[in-house]
Unconditional design. Structure first.
Length: 138
């Protein structure tokens, strides 16, 4: 046990020496920048921020739609996302739009016929012994 502790202390000591001797480079700001460069960078950052917010909102909608498919189709979460992707592919509809339609359906709206048929079929393929009426609108 003593040898193990001694080895551990040597290892920790060695890591401390290594960390102390290695220099972490300071971030380079590239010297003074003019207001046009800063304004352009600020605009780019605002745009990226907006894109990230939109992606996050879309992801939340898709996650909720997966929950709708799981509840209505009695399938797993993995099958729920597979259903959404399949419906999106088969109907040439963006995944986020399919998700929005399914959330609307869960709130009482009707699904467009193509989405209804594709969703029922996709769910039926993932539920052994279930007929097409097991999914939305069934």
């Amino acid at each position: 046990m003593t040898d193990m502790r001694g080895s551990l202390f040597l290892l920790v000591d060695g890591l401390g020496d290594l960390m102390a001797s290695s220099k972490v480079p300071e971030p380079s700001l590239g010297g003074p920048r003019d207001s046009d460069e800063l304004a352009a960078e600020a605009g780019q950052l605002r745009s990226e921020n907006q894109q990230l917010r939109q992606a996050l909102a879309t992801h939340a909608v898709v996650d909720q739609a997966v929950g709708v498919v799981v509840a209505l189709g009695r399938v797993s979460a993995d099958d729920g996302i597979a259903v959404l992707r399949e419906v999106s592919r088969r109907t040439s509809t963006a995944l986020s739009e399919v998700a929005e339609y399914l959330l609307g359906f869960a709130r009482g709206a009707s699904l467009p016929d193509a989405l209804l048929v594709a969703t029922r079929s996709a769910i039926a393929r993932r539920t052994p012994g279930a007929g097409p009426a097991e999914g939305p609108g069934g």
